[in-house]
Ligand binder design. Structure first.
Ligand SMILES: Nc1ncnc2c1ncn2[C@@H]1O[C@H](COP(=O)(O)OP(=O)(O)O)[C@@H](O)[C@H]1O
Ligand SMILES: [Mg+2]
Length: 234
């Protein structure tokens, strides 16, 4: 059974769809990239997968024992969030909250998990630093460590490299690929189609046309070929 199966899904706000007829599935170990133009509904779809908002119609089915609170989420960044006044350790630890019902204190297990994921992301030395003083790339590593505290199963990443310089972007993609090879299933939104087809196992392209398939199928599809050629011309 798939981790997530999406059937005839329409996503949007107040009953008004911004995208309709979305169908795809994600199996354990997949690396799905969601691409499409700005405003096509990628973030809205991701929030619907997380049950942060209801579908306009259709359904999202979780399988393999997955529940919505076992999904690690790295939201699209806003300026306000980048200015968050908490320490790195506090932010990473807060990822443990979604594991159970709310507790006022973190357990020793939580602290160990946070320390381990900070080490995995190479940010152990930053523990006491204030989040808002970090570079964009360091901040994204902190949020990845936080998301990993919530789950080892499935990470949803919304534009994780936006605003990062090319070198830090590559490092971020390498980290995400490493997590995927370690068995973490990835769903990542990106507007960078070239990077998407380099790293992903599957592509979901939304917009006026919708495509879902493996990266090879996407490369040979009309929609994939068209977008990749267009990017190369720029
Ligand atoms: N909270 C909201 N209420 C109503 N409309 C929204 C809301 N958030 C986004 N939208 C609209 O939904 C559409 C899709 O937005 P979004 O999912 O953020 O696109 P993407 O992530 O692909 O750029 C856009 O037209 C956007 O203006
Ligand atoms: Mg978005």
């Amino acid at each position: 059974m798939s981790l997530i199966a999406v059937k005839d899904l329409s996503v949007g706000y107040d009953g008004i769809a911004v995208e309709t007829n979305i169908n795809f599935k994600v199996d354990a170990g997949n690396y799905l990239c969601i691409v499409g133009e700005n405003g096509s509904g990628k973030t809205t779809l991701m929030k619907t997968l997380l049950e942060l908002q209801p579908p306009v119609s259709g359904e999202v089915i979780y399988g393999d024992g997955l529940t919505a609170n076992e999904i690690g989420y790295l939201p699209q960044q806003t300026i306000v969030q980048r200015d968050f006044p908490a320490s790195v350790t506090e932010i990473v630890l807060s990822g443990c909250q979604s594991r159970g019902s709310f507790r006022p204190f973190y357990s020793r297990d939580d602290r160990q998990r946070a320390a381990l994921n900070m080490e995995r992301m190479g940010i152990t030395d930053l523990g006491k630093r204030c989040y808002r003083e970090l570079s964009g790339g360091q901040q994204q590593r902190v949020l990845l460590a936080r998301a990993l505290c919530a789950t080892e199963k499935l990470l949803l990443l919304d534009e994780p490299v936006s605003g990062l310089d090319p070198k830090v972007t590559m490092e971020m993609y390498d980290l995400i690929r490493k997590l995927n090879t370690e068995g973490v299933t990835i769903i990542m939104i990106s507007h960078d189609i070239t990077a998407a087809v380099r790293y992903a196992s599957h592509i979901l392209h939304i917009g006026s046309e919708i495509f879902f398939g493996t990266r090879e199928e996407y490369l040979h599809s009309g929609i994939g070929g068209e977008f990749i050629n267009r990017e190369e011309e720029q």
